[in-house]
Design a protein around this ligand. Sequence first.
Ligand SMILES: Nc1nc2c(ncn2[C@@H]2O[C@H](COP(=O)(O)OP(=O)(O)OP(=O)(O)O)[C@@H](O)[C@H]2O)c(=O)[nH]1
Ligand SMILES: [Mg+2]
Length: 188
Amino acid sequence: MSLWNWLNEIFKYLGWFKKSGKIVFLGLDNAGKTTLLKRLKDDKLFQSSPTSHPTSEELILDDLYLTAYDLGGHKQVRKVWKEYLPVVDAIIFIIDVCDSERFNEARIELDALIADEQLLNCPILILGNKIDKKNALGEFDIRKIFNLYGRTTGQEKNKKTRPIELFMCSIKKREGYGDGLRWISQYF
Ligand SMILES: Nc1nc2c(ncn2[C@@H]2O[C@H](COP(=O)(O)OP(=O)(O)OP(=O)(O)O)[C@@H](O)[C@H]2O)c(=O)[nH]1
Ligand SMILES: [Mg+2]
């Protein structure tokens, strides 16, 4: 364990962080999960290879201390997702908004998470990633394709229903995901 991790353990013990929890990054392969994790950890744009084994990082977002799990999105490794679901406090589901050929596949995975009984109270932040690219679909279309109209809870805090919301972003250009993370951190 690095010195920084030791310090954070001490801060955590002293109650420095008001909140802590576990979060998992899900989504199809190539969506941008590892890129986001590395960006949040080191503020670097990291050229990652596809994730074949789950990894985790400790992240600090304001007063929230997070253990973040990055699971691979390839079909063969998606089966490990369900092992993590019972232990997580929140989910970030990343969609590549340029990959229209795979929207259907992504929607099936997202729908399965939304319908999962273990996750009925688990907040889901959906990130529509790669808006910097020319062929990116807009928020309106993404909400329509992913059946989100009437299913999301609004970008304001809403305690009455299970929180699900979409934020469009470019992890590469550091746009949009900060609002999404602030939104989900209210629910820890
Ligand atoms: N243009 C653009 N490219 C991005 C963005 N975010 C990620 N990428 C690229 O998308 C590719 C896939 O990113 P990864 O983070 O490895 O994807 P992943 O979701 O971890 O994929 P798996 O590990 O296979 O499940 C990489 O080439 C990234 O550089 C973005 O906001 N804009
Ligand atoms: Mg990855």
